[in-house]
Design a protein around this ligand. Structure first.
Ligand code: ADP
Length: 385
């Protein structure tokens, strides 16, 4: 049986391992936290630092194939392992382009992939010479994730918020919709593309953060988005699963925002809503099996379950029973012992007949299910003495 390793033991690794149980594979995980979400679902857990050369090299040396569930891994070690014959998916060369947002943007430019106009800056001072470029969005080259490492600079008054590190300064786009498309590429270069999903934001009702699949877009936007995602995935010249995030601007342009070379939050719904989930798809690629069918079985909505503001400590799930009484609702908890404000603690996938039905159910879920802990931090009765 093939030994396949995953660098990182978060929720993406956890869901990948849940699917691995259906395949002939011996699973290995490396992470520096023995209680991480993936630790008890793999066959072999190795304590180690995924950013450390020796840890990654030693881990990879005993395996037949290696993949990632997070980008911040030691690429030098992966390159060495690949030179010595290990199958690394995605290839370290693709990971190197994606790990640094400045390299990623240059790659889009080189391959004529439409993306917001940008300038690469080395530090905060450089932004002061580019005031006519504002309003812009500044993105730190390395180390940003989940919106950390992204700063909107509306005008000269905001330059104090600029990062003092190599970054991309990108024109602010007037966004109509944010879309994401998953593309699977096998070792022979065959591809399979999933229907796009749409992120729904409603800042006024504070119903931020849910996602609907398939996206409600015109046919020509769909074709454009698919063409961009496929061209991009092929240009990376690597097998793997790629999540391409796109903006549809108010004047109808489709622009690439960023790419993740791994299973992705925007593909959680594929577990229940697709013939072949993104997790199954990655195992097929890793194990040299045929690509799966990406067709949707049902329209779906994904609600991210994040730690409620004001609560830190052992996690409790208020309203779980209520939500489990609803029809066609699938709850995924990530097994994180401690909650913190905005920490990703789980997600819920809802299947429904149409968009109205899905949005209605998603809103009930958002109002009903809350991740809390025993005591609220700003509770006056809980002042630390
Ligand atoms: P992260 O990798 O942290 O998710 P992103 O590059 O996806 O960062 O940016 C986070 C969010 O910031 C996007 O989902 C989008 O809402 C907003 N954003 C990013 N770039 C732009 C842009 N050029 N114009 C307008 N909004 C943007």
């Amino acid at each position: 049986m093939k030994k396949v390793g995953i660098l990182g033991g978060g929720q993406l690794g956890r869901m990948l391992l849940q699917e691995a149980a259906n395949f002939p594979v011996d699973t290995w995980v490396m992470e520096n936290d023995p209680h991480c979400p993936a630790a008890h679902l793999c066959q072999h857990f190795v304590l180690g630092d995924i950013r450390n050369y020796d840890d990654v090299y030693r881990f990879g040396k005993q395996l037949d194939a290696l993949t990632i569930e997070i980008e911040s891994v030691n690429i030098d070690a992966l390159e060495q392992l690949e030179r010595e014959g290990l199958t690394v998916i995605p290839r370290p060369s693709a990971l190197r382009i994606i790990q640094d947002k400045t390299e990623q943007k240059l790659f889009y430019q080189q391959h004529q992939l439409p993306t917001a106009p940008f300038v690469i800056v080395q530090n905060r001072a450089a932004v002061n010479d580019l005031l006519s470029f504002l309003p812009a969005v500044m993105k730190i080259g390395k180390g940003g994730y989940d919106g950390k490492g992204v700063q909107v600079l509306e005008s000269a008054a905001d330059t104090g918020k600029a990062f003092d590190a190599p970054s991309v300064l990108e024109k602010k786009v007037d966004i109509d919709k944010e879309l994401a498309i998953l593309v699977a590429v096998d070792k022979t270069g065959q591809t399979a593309i999933y229907p796009p999903v749409e992120m729904v934001f409603d800042p006024y009702l504070n119903l931020l953060d849910y996602q609907i699949a398939p996206a409600d877009i015109q046919q020509k936007v769909l074709w454009r988005a698919e063409a961009i995602a496929l061209t991009l995935a092929k240009a990376l010249q690597s097998p793997g699963l790629f999540a391409v995030e796109l903006f549809l601007s108010r004047n109808g342009d489709v622009l690439v925002n960023e790419t993740a070379p791994r299973v992705h939050n925007s593909g959680h719904h594929t577990i229940e809503a697709q013939v072949c989930s993104q997790y199954e798809m990655l195992w097929r690629i890793l194990l040299d099996l045929p690509l799966g069918n990406t067709a949707a079985l049902h329209p779906s909505c994904l609600v991210n379950l994040v730690g409620e503001a004001g609560y830190s400590g052992p996690a409790a799930y208020d309203g779980l029973s209520e939500v489990l009484k609803m029809d066609a609702v699938y709850v995924h908890l990530y097994g994180k012992a401690e909650t913190r404000p905005a920490r990703k603690m789980g997600h819920i996938t809802v299947l429904g007949k149409d968009r109205v039905d899905l949005v209605y159910k998603a809103n009930i879920i958002k109002r009903t299910l809350k991740v809390v802990s025993g005591t609220k931090e700003n509770d006056p009765g809980n002042v630390k003495r």
